[in-house]
Every structure is written in structure tokens, then in C-alpha cells.
Design a protein around this ligand. Structure first.
Ligand code: S3P
Length: 182
């Protein structure tokens, strides 16, 4: 099966958004951020969805958004970090996209998230964000690995370097449509 969509998965702070934008630009494909679509559906920002409706409601919206993307072509999609926590989401995404996992060291994740402000990430807006990162990473590590078709370590790299690595990998991947990658 050949697919012509890419979904970037990975923990919060691994660079899915910045690399997704860069990758879409390089491929001249559409860029889509799942978290933005969830916010549109809920008509409120993510921290408010968590605070007012709870995580389960957020996850339900996330699954609806996964389904809504299945007819896309030539799209680079950044998923939220928790998308892999529901097997159904992974199955849907794998049905129409090549899944690239971005990883980073936990220290780099911590620093990137603190720079952006932990209040933007309700799961980490707690007294010990590093402890939460470690707990969640341990819980999710295998889920990420099992969902991914390929992975790139982003630690210490710029979005341009990371995207260069992703493109080089894609060129070597059977099952991925390559015409648009020059
Ligand atoms: C989440 C990651 C966030 C966002 C929500 C939940 C998670 O997206 O979807 O706060 O469970 O890891 P980013 O990975 O883009 O920060």
C-alpha cells in the first residue's frame, strides 16, 4: 500500500509542530495540526477543554479528528502527544499515513516545554513537571515505538536538520509515495 500523508507523532516538546510546518513547506503539502482542529471543535483552548470537560472528552474529540483526516492526500499532520494512548487512533492514522516518530531526551523535552510555558500543556501543569514527563514517557514509550513506521531523534537538532533526516528516510521507504520528494 502506498500512502501520501505523513503524521508526526511523539511526546510533547519533541518538535512536531515546528518540523511539521517545515516538512509541509519542503514537500509543498498541506500542514494540519490536530490540536488546532480539536480546539476548533470544542471552541476553546486545550487547557480549558481539560479543565471544563476533562481528559476523556478531549480524547473523544481527538479520535473524531483522527477519523476526519482519513480522506486527506498530501498532508503533513502533527498529532498531539497522547494520540497513541488509544489503539483506535493509531489504527486510523496508520490506514492513511506514514507515521514518523520524533523523540528527544527528557531534559530537552523539559527545557522546550518550560520555554513555551507549562500551562499550555495541562498534563504537565503540575508542581513537578519533570516527574510527570518521566511517568508519561515510561507509560507511552512502547506505544510510540509500536505505532511508528520510522523515527528521528530531534535532540540538539534544528527543524531544518530534522526535516532533512525525515526526507532522507522517506526516500528509502518502500510503501511511501516519493514522486513529490525531489
Ligand atoms: C497531550 C499533548 C498535547 C495536547 C494535549 C495532550 C498529551 O499536544 O494534545 O495537551 O497527552 O501528550 P502536543 O504534543 O502538541 O503538546
Amino acid at each position: 500500500m502506498t500512502v501520501d500523508n505523513i503524521v508526526l507523532i511523539g511526546f510533547m516538546g519533541t518538535g512536531k509542530t515546528s518540523c511539521g510546518k517545515e516538512l509541509a513547506q519542503r514537500l509543498q503539502w498541506q500542514y494540519i495540526e490536530m490540536d488546532k482542529l480539536i480546539e476548533q471543535k470544542a471552541a476553546m483552548p486545550i487547557p480549558e477543554i481539560f479543565a471544563q470537560k476533562g481528559e476523556t472528552h478531549f480524547r473523544d474529540l481527538e479520535t473524531l479528528v483522527c477519523r476526519s483526516l482519513a480522506a486527506k492526500h498530501k498532508a503533513v499532520i502533527s498529532a498531539g502527544g497522547g494520540v497513541v494512548t488509544r489503539p483506535e487512533n493509531v489504527k486510523i492514522l496508520q490506514s492513511f499515513a506514514y507515521l514518523v516518530l520524533l523523540t528527544a531526551s527528557k531534559d530537552e523535552i523539559y527545557h522546550r516545554i518550560m520555554q513555551e510555558g507549562k500551562e499550555k500543556r495541562p498534563l504537565l501543569a503540575k508542581p513537578d513537571p519533570m516527574g510527570e514527563i518521566e511517568k508519561l514517557l515510561a507509560k507511552r514509550e512502547l506505544l510510540y515505538q509500536n505505532a511508528a513506521n520510522a523515527q528521528v531523534d530531534t535532540t540538539g537538532k534544528s527543524p531544518q536538520e530534522i526535516v532533512g533526516e525525515i526526507l532522507a528516510m522517506l526516500k528509502k521507504s518502500p510503501g511511501f509515495t516519493l514522486q513529490t520528494i525531489s
